[in-house]
Design a protein around this ligand. Sequence first.
Ligand code: HEM
Length: 538
Amino acid sequence: RGPEAVSPTGSPTGAPATARAQSGQYLTTAQGLRLQDTDHSLKAGARGPILLQDHHLREKITHFDHERIPERVVHARGAGAHGVFRSYGTASKVTRAGFLAADVETPVFVRFSTVLGSRGSADAVRDTRGFSTKFYTDEGTYDLVGNNIPVFFIQDGMKFPDVVHAAKPHPDREIPQAQSAHDTFWDFVSLHTEAQAHTLWNMSDRGIPRSYRTMEGFGVHTFRLVNAAGDTTLVKFHWKPKQGVHSLVWEEAQIINGMDPDFHRRDLADAIEAGAYPEWELGIQTFPDTEDQMFQGIDLLDPTKFVPEELAPVQPIGLMTLNANPTNYFAETEQVAFHPGHLVPGIDVTNDPLLQVRLFSYLDTQISRLGGPNFAQIPINRPHAPVNDMLRDGMHQAAVHGGAAPYRPNSLDGGCPFLAGQDMGAFVDVPQAVAESIKERRNPASFDDHYSQARLFFRSLSSVEQDHVIQAYTFELGKCYESAVRERQLQALANIDAALCAAVAAGLGMPAPEATEQVPDRDPSPSVSQVGGTWPVA
Ligand code: HEM
């Protein structure tokens, strides 16, 4: 048998069914042997050396020595909460996913995170935030592993180690970018201008959220939904906070990081404990699944692009309420393992080259982070759907599997024949033609526009918000020692918006370069308001 389909939350309050109080009349060893004394090691006389035969001492110290597991290579610092997702049923026409049918309630676990800091870093830093949701559905676990910014730094997952190496603390002094020289980060984003749109969101107030409760969430990539008839629709996922979208200003963030580095973590836990349960509406933008996978000139496979809401409104499909704090940070928030490849029937991936690499990366990293291939058996990761996976053995195997023939079909153990042609509620990959048959290392030409959406975002902001962006660029670029890096980033800003470039250049005491690309005039009309700003139609 595989691991039992036990609820990791176990109770409506989210307390794990497996929580063990670690209290009792006797203290014992891990083997259940009652202990008389855990305060003194066994010595050769009161002043003598400690004896190797002291099993209790060795067990206690050895276990302590191995208490830490590697932190996540990115998104190491996070805060989690349990909750429920109730679907409106409005997505039923486009997906057969059972948890999106009318009025279905599904338990969830959410982990919010910063990207770059270590596990012990401060909360209110300027950074992208992660927003991951695990839906424990009856058809298997579905993970929506998103961010609070709708576009990403890079277009091809091949570049993920590069952007992370450029942004992580310097390898010589291990000093975070935010505190010291910023040369490597700005070197990367000025050399890889596809990162300019995401960087502009980072430099905006979105980079310093007021609270995890006041963040939007975005699936970023385009996904493919499949309905009961097999029809497909391309979609982008959005989380809209019922609390509204709010940010800190830079000076507030500086003070908070000094006074209370756990500000966001505390805010989330306190709100839930007080019964002020945060809520988000899940919504989708839908696009026809055309052969070119383009929508109004936007390449839906390019993860550095979003689709403005007035071109494709976000349609609400359900409501998530976070209503319980974790019982144990390590067991739940630290050991939870999200994966964009955890899909359910009715939701499939696309050929977005960033998403395709993510499909490999998460399982791979978790094998090392969580000590082998059996981490799906950890309570927080256990599916609520029955498991019969034929996986055997391995590090940290907790299941005692029976049966003599761990393969299917077999003629010895019986059971579980593959019923070809029958609808077993199984996940079926969408039969998709592979567009090009020539092996190539290049992006399509439709990925080449690196500036128009950064411009769209900047020009959608109020003048106060634009000032914050200018101040953020001036402050951050002011920390670069290399003038060539600053000049190259100013060049990118010139290609986004001349006024933005001029203001940052003036702040740095440097000349503003001319644009090398065509920059349309500042004409924000017509525009339709959207959370956090006004979105001019290009
Ligand atoms: C975490 C890789 C792009 C959102 C991680 C982790 C890895 C990783 C290795 C650590 C996972 C763990 O230890 O459990 C990558 C790669 C990417 C990529 C290779 C590009 C090819 C993205 C994008 C998003 C994203 C585009 C948002 C849409 C997250 C989040 C987490 C995470 C939210 C934290 C999950 C948690 O809370 O446990 N990523 N990532 N990543 N990634 Fe990515």
